[in-house]
Design a protein around this ligand. Structure first.
Ligand SMILES: Nc1ncnc2c1ncn2[C@@H]1O[C@H](COP(=O)(O)OP(=O)(O)OP(=O)(O)O)[C@@H](O)[C@H]1O
Ligand SMILES: [Mg+2]
Length: 323
């Protein structure tokens, strides 16, 4: 078995729960020859947060996660888990972490339940009841006796999350847990993440599924070419820039009028034909009054928001060509 070694260490001491930072990195860097895969990364994850770790292919997400789990050594910089240096306190902190890095390593000739038993016996102290709970949690109760060889990709992925959950960890670090899942599987994984959040777990997950990330994460960290380029709450990222989205008839005419106003120059139409515009004194009420007086009656007028996908693409555009 490989890939889940992080959860296999034997517990010796309970890490301090006092610090609010569950995870912190200091100038974490990994270099492969001339290529800097992760470049002076400073990130923090606080207790109870669900943090999304986003970035295009090759941005350095998996490399960072491998360093967080002590699977590879940083070239420079360091990792702190539960307030302790990973390099010094590896054996005491790793048992409090559940991890899934890329595809889970599973015994294909064993059943799902026996895979959990096998890992449980290495971890020690994992009861049959805990195994049952985890099977329910990841939705594999019905298929627990079938060999993993017969599982779909999504089922294998969920079993991987099950293994990460086995020791009831304080922090889950998941690298693309929804990788390879169909839409229903993605929704199931999202619901599982939500339940874990409700239980007060702290989750750090990388993903390319931005709709799900927007729904489950409280904060997102964007990585590009090994560097952190944004670290914001989902609320901050998706909130519009004080603009309003207006739906109305004769939108082209209204647009021309708005663009003549000193406050309305950035006004534009989006692909759906809605007007995106600033408002006089930033007030939606003033904007409504202005349009009405000019003979336009808005069907709807609301503060504009951006979805995470739009934010992602505009950030990536702004950092195109970064090395
Ligand atoms: N063992 C290695 N040897 C050399 N280069 C590596 C190694 N592992 C990763 N890299 C390089 O480091 C960079 C970051 O890779 P990484 O796998 O961390 O990206 P990622 O963000 O996880 O991408 P993806 O979204 O495709 O999973 C890439 O340029 C990759 O080629
Ligand atoms: Mg990766």
């Amino acid at each position: 078995m490989q890939g889940n070694q992080a959860s296999l260490a034997v517990t010796t001491a309970s890490p301090s729960q006092a610090g609010k930072n569950v995870l912190r990195t200091y100038d974490l860097t990994k270099q492969y020859g001339a290529r800097v895969a992760v470049n002076q990364l400073n990130l923090e994850v606080r207790r109870g947060e669900i943090v999304g770790f986003l970035g295009p292919n090759g941005a350095g997400k998996t490399t960072s996660i491998r360093m967080l789990l002590g699977l590879i050594a940083p070239t420079s910089g360091r990792v702190e888990l539960f307030g302790h240096d990973l390099a010094n306190r590896r054996d005491s902190v790793l048992p409090h972490i559940g991890a899934l890095v890329e595809a889970p390593a599973l015994y294909l000739h064993l059943s799902g339940r026996d895979n959990l038993r096998a890992v449980g016996s290495v971890l020690g102290g994992v009861s049959q009841q805990r195994i049952e709970e985890v099977l329910m949690q990841v939705g594999l109760h019905e298929r627990q006796k079938d060999r993993v060889r017969t599982y779909s990709l999504g089922m294998k992925q969920r079993l991987g999350v099950g293994i990460a959950l086995l020791n009831n960890p304080d922090l889950l670090i998941l690298d693309e847990p929804a990788n390879g899942l169909d839409p229903a599987g993605i929704v199931e994984m999202r619901d599982l993440m939500r339940r874990l959040a409700d239980e007060g777990k702290t989750v750090f997950l990388s993903s390319h599924f931005l709709v799900e990330v927007q729904q489950i994460c409280s904060r997102v960290i964007f990585l590009n070419a090994g560097r952190l380029i944004a670290d914001k709450t989902v609320e901050e990222l998706t909130r519009g820039q004080g603009e309003f989205e207006v739906r109305l008839e004769r939108a082209q005419e209204a647009l021309a009028l708005l663009q003549q106003q000193p406050w309305g120059k950035p006004a534009r139409l989006d692909e759906s034909g809605a007007l995106l515009t600033p408002a006089p004194q930033g007030s939606g009420r003033e904007l409504y009054a202005f349009l009405s007086q000019a003979g336009f009656t808005p069907e709807s007028l609301a503060p504009a928001t951006q979805n995470l996908e739009e934010v992602f693409f505009s950030l990536m555009n702004a950092h195109k060509g970064d090395k």
